[in-house]
Design a protein around this ligand. Sequence first.
Ligand SMILES: NC(=O)c1ccc[n+]([C@@H]2O[C@H](COP(=O)([O-])OP(=O)(O)OC[C@H]3O[C@@H](n4cnc5c(N)ncnc54)[C@H](O)[C@@H]3O)[C@@H](O)[C@H]2O)c1
Length: 451
Amino acid sequence: MTDRYQQFARSGVGRLIVSRLGLPNPAPLRRYRPGEPPLPGPALVGAAPGGRLGDAVATALKSAGIDMISEPGTANGDGPRYGGLVFDATGIANPTQLRELYTFFQPNLRALAGCGRVLVLGTPPENAATRSEAIAQRALEGFTRSVGKELRRGATVQLVYVAPGAESALESTLRFLLSARSAYVSGQVVRIGTHGAGLAEPDDWDRPLDGKVALVTGASRGIGAAIADVLARDGAHVVALDVPAQGAELSTVANRVRGSALQLDITAEDAPARLVEHLSTRHGGVDIVVHNAGITRDRKLANMKDPAWDAVLAVNLICQPVVNEALINGDVLRPNGRIIGVSSIAGIAGNTGQTNYATTKAGVIGMVNAYAPVLAGRGATINAVAPGFIETKMTAAVPLAIREVGRRMNSLAQGGLPVDVAETVAWFANPASGAVNGNVVRVCGQSLLGA
Ligand SMILES: NC(=O)c1ccc[n+]([C@@H]2O[C@H](COP(=O)([O-])OP(=O)(O)OC[C@H]3O[C@@H](n4cnc5c(N)ncnc54)[C@H](O)[C@@H]3O)[C@@H](O)[C@H]2O)c1
């Protein structure tokens, strides 16, 4: 879908009008292209005294091919343009020491390149050794989210809480968040835990899913098709599932990704059994399950008819735990498996006319919470993406005025692309992301909705 305003704002006359009137000026986002460096420049790395992540950060940056600078240059004027600013805040043990954030970021923020990345690393407050440390570590959230609202030119910021003992599990997350793959993810808080049983370093970081089998529901178009593309690019064999009515488009996607097509209504009573049969006999199991299929039937609750409620609940939520149970109990989900849900910011913030939809999308978050401990015990994980405004057929059907508001009301002043959601799914799917469990990460450019 085209964003005409963004095209206009980039034109000669458009640039002038946008700047005179102080209108939003969406920057072109830098997205992943093979062979390009992860960041648009070196990363400046700093730490509060006593931080415990220095070695892990240095190792991961080196492995990812990111140049690291530990001493800031002349920050203002013609100092270096940093591709990233990474700050290990795990040494901050009380609120007074939060000044370390100011000391590191205030002089260096202006030297961040367009589409640069800011990363704050902390200790989960629930794992803090003292009450003072818990308070200070929780405070990092407010800092990070505010920086996200001040950054310009497509730059993003995240907070990653790394549990004590999970230091060696940082790499896949750092590689994702310090790269063009996380173009539309900003203002997020990610938790890395210690259940590293499912942690396996890929032989080749460009094809981390080699030898894996991925099931993607709703894969014939939109976000699902992009997820199929990205998982296949990363090496997976993709089983692309959609309803029979989408058969032609489904075949196109399955052929494009050299995967296989499975025509199935995921809400059919026999769908779980058919999936178990298909995945175990044809593929010997499944490594990655992406519950992407979703529908909307918008109406204010007072005007909503039964079928609209029932259909949305059936597709977007009710069938998903049933499929999970069948795959887990039938031992079809392999060890180190990944289940990935697709929630929505509507499930976090609520939305007029979407009581049915938002119920299901909040339910997906509930599913992540409920299954995370179960899957951790098997070395597997469950996480969800919560997209904001993504340019697809679903959002093209939204009335123009509401569509424009949805597009602009975020820190990047534009809609995301299906590939942005897909890259986030691929990070969860990575075999090295075994310690990333129970997270719901919004792919919304830091939307004001549900912030
Ligand atoms: N587009 C956005 O801005 C946005 C925002 C937040 C969340 N999402 C979520 O992302 C997911 C994909 O959205 P999209 O925009 O690509 O939508 P889309 O309508 O383009 O694609 C959804 C796909 O799901 C398939 N599907 C529907 N019912 C099915 C069933 N019973 N069995 C199998 N497949 C079925 C459809 O045929 C379609 O191919 C959905 O879960 C949606 O709720 C989208």
